[in-house]
Design a protein around this ligand. Sequence first.
Ligand code: NAD
Length: 416
Amino acid sequence: MKKMISIIGSGYVGVVTGACLAKLGNKVILIDIDEEKVKLINSGVATINEKGLSELLKCGNIEASSDYRRVAESEVIILCVGTHSEEDNSVCLQHLINATEQVSRVLNDKNDYYVIIVKSTVPPGTTEELIIPILQRSGKKAGREFGVCMSPEFLSEGNAVYDFMHPARVIIGEYDTRSGDMCYGLFQDFDVPILRTDLKTAEMIKLASNAFLANKISFINEIGNICKVLGIATRDVARGMGFDNRIGSKFLNAGIGFGGSCLPKDLKMLIDKAREIGYEPKILEATWNLNEKQALKPVSLLEKYVTLKNATIGILGLAFKPGTDDIRGSRAIEIVQVLLKEGALVKAYDPMAMENFSRLFPSVEYVSGEEALNSDAALIITEWEEFENLNYSGKVIIDGRGISKAKEARIYETVC
Ligand code: NAD
């Protein structure tokens, strides 16, 4: 049976979750404190660059509001606010706390049973130890007046609508069976494994999955660093490994490491949780440390060929990965910061992310791909497919991502 659903937080996860659940026939209201976002969504404009999202927003079953009172209409409330990193990389749960408090206030007077689903990524124990106590302040009890689930999201930016509609699995962490049944009802038509667990297992599945992917990237980067010194082609090594389906070829692209708003944050969340319980997570820490070092490798390689002061450096790729305009945690940020600090002039190109990047770095010149290559040297930071169509001949290229065509450059070096 289709449901009335409120989604709290209309960012990448919220707007995609809401739009997809609306497409599946549910009535969805997206709640966000950002009035601008609310206006855009209500006029059918996708607030993020995701294939198919605009069409879904026009399906008629979805609207947005900044008025929390609208939550009272719903029987399912999904928390999708950000759990971003602080300056010291520790996780900040304040948005989630605020959102839960606001939801709780509105639902105080609701007589019908409802279920709250946490979809934001959180450290194990958060739903039980932080979210439920806030929801129970009103005197209502979890398992009696309302249900609670934790159902992590695994969508990948750039492919988010497809990923939501075709997940590899659905994880439902449930406070009790009644809560889990409500959540199961949303996903039961998906022809994929649906795993029902307790709340903190679901939280851990998300963190462990992202930590594993992060580890796979740092692993191949470590192999790549060794290969570079030995004169071995890392990409061929990775290909050779990837044919083994126990290993698989995904996440084996050696280079400048992982960025974005999820992998670094989720890995750090797990490291902090382990330390909090007195466990030293050596593999996770090594994954983190190697990734930190990998980020600025292109700049030190660049310095072999050009003096940075007053040099013009081209940057190909600003998004944290291809297919998105999201620059959160992008390796381009650290690299451009250093280049500007060293007195270089930066010309950058990205098919989607220049507008977002220009808000952080107005002094960078934003140009076409060809024009970015028309520099003293250029760095490849994001593996956009279209970079395989540029003309690199005569150029000095430091490649952080493995663009085959760039090997035609006069000087070509990979990070590892
Ligand atoms: P985001 O920053 O894009 O969106 C968060 C939204 O919440 C923003 O629109 C913000 O205005 C809104 N918000 C903040 N406080 C609010 C409040 N009190 N009430 C209502 N709205 C509020 O974040 P995101 O990338 O969508 O990530 C959300 C969560 O999902 C995070 O925990 C993240 O780790 C997780 N996640 C993200 C991805 C991804 O690819 N982005 C994938 C899986 C899981």
